[in-house]
Design a protein around this ligand. Structure first.
Ligand code: FAD
Length: 503
């Protein structure tokens, strides 16, 4: 079967001659999806240029599909972030006399029809690489449509090994990624300008009412409580200006320490821009360009250690999207390595709930899971620890963990999340064998040596001193086992409890 991206590429090629002949009427439309920014947005910039050439206004559209939120398991915190971002975007675009029409569409399959009905003779959008999205756009005949690569720095399909195959291992892929960019620096350095101002008359014409239209409410099943709103809004201010500020602050203040400190969750030394890359309030190009500028324009794999390492981490995001495009079956609940399809996983829901609640009795795991629930974000080292713990210690199906992350994280991104879980469960692209297991105790001692991170997220352990923080009911002393069952007390290890029960 052709891959979904091949279907779309063919559909776009088939209509290319038609596209150039279609007369631009009324307006040119940019369809926003996961690219909620005006700066360095390829399709938006092209749409603006086309509109200016034809002397018609640029109109922007965003279609909210509650079904879409369910299919992609978008976390309420993520949906809320997107709606707040749309409000910022609407205001920024209005300053350019560009209206942003936001509409709720009942079913995902109605989106193409809705786009057709929305007047555009010319439509621009950036490509999303998930299977359903590629298929949906491949079916959108009947209008002149441009769907462009924007999300990755190097678009999928351009890198192949010496034998012409797609890379499934990161290190050789990364070397190819760097080499490709060094010979095609325009992919990184060309900045796509924000849209130009629409003619002021657009405010009086048939599109004028869009300026005053409201952003719809968050669908009921994704709504946050008042307390959650307060907490998340303070942690994650929305919009592209915030994204650029966050990036600049990181590059100025922390990137130089990144390679030494990035694995220590108590340090908060990473950029925390994943939320913006996931919503598209920041482009990955802009992020890597800022790091390269700080590195005085050096090659992407040269110069300051912190900068080099950070760029190689941002590249992981491209890598996992390339993997998704090439092996789309990973979108269908299947492991990357088909030989691991028949593993007999556990579905012990008591254990799974304890993991979700941060009550496994393994402090580093519990601290991380509580950070996730409280902030919608988790440090990368901790994502690896908790994922390994779920599928290598509790032996629970990694797909349950993958799903929970998407339902909880503000930066939930299918490709990166699936890649991270595949890595941790050893059935993804990681070439390491299945018996690589992260020992939560050793990870805790190594990456949170003073226990600052644990104490921050587990108030029950605030009073535990020294090394006992990593294993509070263990031999080094800390808490008395008799206290473990009391209300409000930190639980004992669930795995030990199971073993004791069996004995
Ligand atoms: P930084 O360390 O500052 O890195 C900068 C950017 O590089 C990140 O924002 C991210 O876009 C990219 N990046 C860094 N590490 C990775 C990686 N291992 N894989 C892919 N991209 C990376 N990342 C997501 O964006 N969304 C997810 O849903 C997601 N789920 C994950 C699940 C598991 C089990 C694991 C192990 C990792 C997951 N990651 C995910 C990757 C990574 O943990 C986060 O990107 C990172 O923690 C975000 O924090 P940061 O922005 O401070 O990262």
């Amino acid at each position: 079967l052709p891959r979904p991206i091949e279907l779309l590429t063919k559909a776009l090629a088939d209509t290319s001659s038609v596209r150039s002949k279609v007369e631009v009427k009324d307006a040119v439309v940019h369809w926003f999806k996961m690219d909620l920014r005006t700066y360095d947005n390829r399709a938006l910039s092209m749409a603006s240029r086309k509109a200016a050439e034809a002397g018609v206004p640029l109109i922007c559209v965003y279609l909210v599909s509650p079904e879409d939120f369910t299919a992609h398991l978008r976390a309420p915190v993520r949906v809320d972030f997107m709606m707040r971002t749309l409000a910022v975007l609407k205001k920024d675009l209005a300053a350019l006399d560009v209206p942003l029409h936001v509409e709720t569409v009942g079913k995902r399959k109605d989106i193409p029809q809705r786009m057709l009905a929305l007047m555009a003779s010319h439509l621009f959008a950036n490509m999303e690489y998930e299977v359903d999205e590629l298929r949906r756009e491949a079916k959108m005949h009947g209008m002149s449509m441009e769907v462009l690569h924007d999300s990755c720095i190097v678009p999928p399909g351009l890198l192949a090994s010496g034998s012409g195959k797609q890379y499934s291992v990161y290190s050789p892929w990364f070397r190819a990624w760097v080499a490709y960019l060094h010979s095609h620096m325009d992919l990184l350095l060309d900045v796509f300008d924000p849209p130009t101002k629409n003619p002021a008359s657009v405010r009086k014409g048939k599109h004028s009412t869009i300026f005053d239209s409201e952003i719809p409410d968050v669908p009921k099943n994704k709504a946050l409580s008042t307390e959650e709103k307060k907490r998340f809004h303070a942690l994650w201010p929305a919009g592209e200006h915030e994204a650029i500020d966050r990036l600049n602050k990181f590059v100025e203040e922390r990137i130089s320490r990144y390679s030494e400190r990035r694995n220590f969750p108590g340090d908060a030394c990473t950029s925390s821009i994943s939320v913006h890359l996931a919503a598209g309030t920041l482009s990955a190009r802009t992020a890597v360009r800022a790091a390269r500028d700080k590195n005085k324009g050096k090659n992407l794999d040269a110069g300051a250690e912190g900068i080099k390492t950070w760029i190689s981490e941002v590249a992981w995001r491209d890598f996992y999207k390339h993997v998704l495009v090439h092996w789309p079956y990973i979108c269908m609940n299947k492991p990357f390595k088909p030989e691991y399809s028949n593993i007999e996983w556990s579905y012990d829901m008591e254990h799974f709930q304890a993991w979700k609640d941060g009550r496994t009795g393994f402090p580093i795991v519990d601290a991380a899971m509580r950070q996730c629930k409280a902030t919608g974000w988790m440090h990368n080292r901790c994502r690896m620890i908790v994922a390994s713990f779920l599928c290598k210690d509790l032996l629970i199906d990694w797909r349950l963990g993958e799903r929970y992350f998407m339902e909880t994280l503000i930066d939930g991104d299918f490709a990166s999340n699936n890649g991270g879980w595949g890595f941790s469960a050893s059935c993804g692209v990681d070439p390491q064998p299945y018996f690589r297991i992260f020992n939560p105790l050793l990870q805790s001692e190594k990456f949170d040596p003073q226990g600052e991170y644990i104490r921050k997220w587990i108030p029950e352990l605030k009073g535990v001193q020294g090394a006992a923080i990593h294993d509070p009911y263990g031999r080094t002393g800390g808490l008395s086992k008799s206290a473990a069952g009391k209300e409000g007390a930190y639980p004992q290890r669930i795995l030990v409890a199971v073993q004791e029960k069996r004995q």
